[in-house]
Design a protein around this ligand. Sequence first.
Ligand code: UDP
Length: 326
Amino acid sequence: MKVLVAGGAGYIGSVTTEMLCDAGHEVSVFDNLERGHRAAIDPRAQFIQGDLRRPETIEAALKESGAEAVIHFAAYIEVGESMRDPLPFFENNVSGSLNLMKAMVAAGCKKLIFSSTCATYGTPEKMPMDETLPQKPESVYGESKLLCEKIFQWAEQIHGVECVFLRYFNACGATEKYGEDHSPETHLIPLILQVPLGQREKIFIFGDDYDTPDGTCIRDYIHIRDLAQAHILALKPGISGAFNLGNGDGYSVKEVIDVAREVTGHPIPADLEPRRAGDCTRLISDSAKAREILGWKPEYADLRSIVESAWNWHQSHPAGYGDRSE
Ligand code: UDP
């Protein structure tokens, strides 16, 4: 299948591109390289540089690639940044997505797989979390993704573009070639691994007074390969709607640090900091719908193998892709 990956130079986009190429799809990557990395684009994919905020660039890319489906990752993703500087999130994530859908409708491209998030639910009313929960985002980032889902739902209803929303829990891990390189980094696992890499002295635990067995927040960590696989399964004609993607297991911040100590053999000193604004106590996915309808089965569910894969990648790429500005 001819697939256009918007945001294919980013973390999840790069691994999805790699796995699409492995599966024999004809892949084009569309990216502005603002936060993604040229070196993260699989050489088997065609690269088309452009920006969703400039509609003529995505219109041209759809034409050039002849895409039958689009997988859309291109967005700002950092929750904290979205609460300090909200409007670029609406401009890039929402208006960029609107431009993409307009171009898809004009080009007759009838399938979209959208990178969404469990942050669209806000604080959940039940645990584990399934897709029937009300969506009440508590951050601009989450709101921007929910607005995109709404635009896409109407486009599906009126223009017949099949839309799949994949709502991720905590993406982590790496393949041999592609891994996580954000600047600045805010995610727990890559920050922890900076300690044994000699790039920071210690990790800070944001709060140990949550209502959990060890007092630290619990998250559902899902391997990037398993996430990527769900996108490939969702390409199948006839599939649309929302799917939560997680392992269904929760690990606390302290448990993740302990696993990283075992994997790296480094003591990884940890200090306590106050709670980080906006963090929910516990986020765990109920992914029964993805298993049943997509036929999705996470293969790297064990936290140790997830952290090992990230550690291998960071050891072989200590400066990430080597193009960070700071
Ligand atoms: N966290 C932490 N120290 C850090 C970074 C994150 O204690 O330096 C905690 C954070 O409060 C949350 C969990 O680790 O409970 C996962 O955070 P991350 O930013 O990786 O993902 P999020 O769940 O916010 O999407």
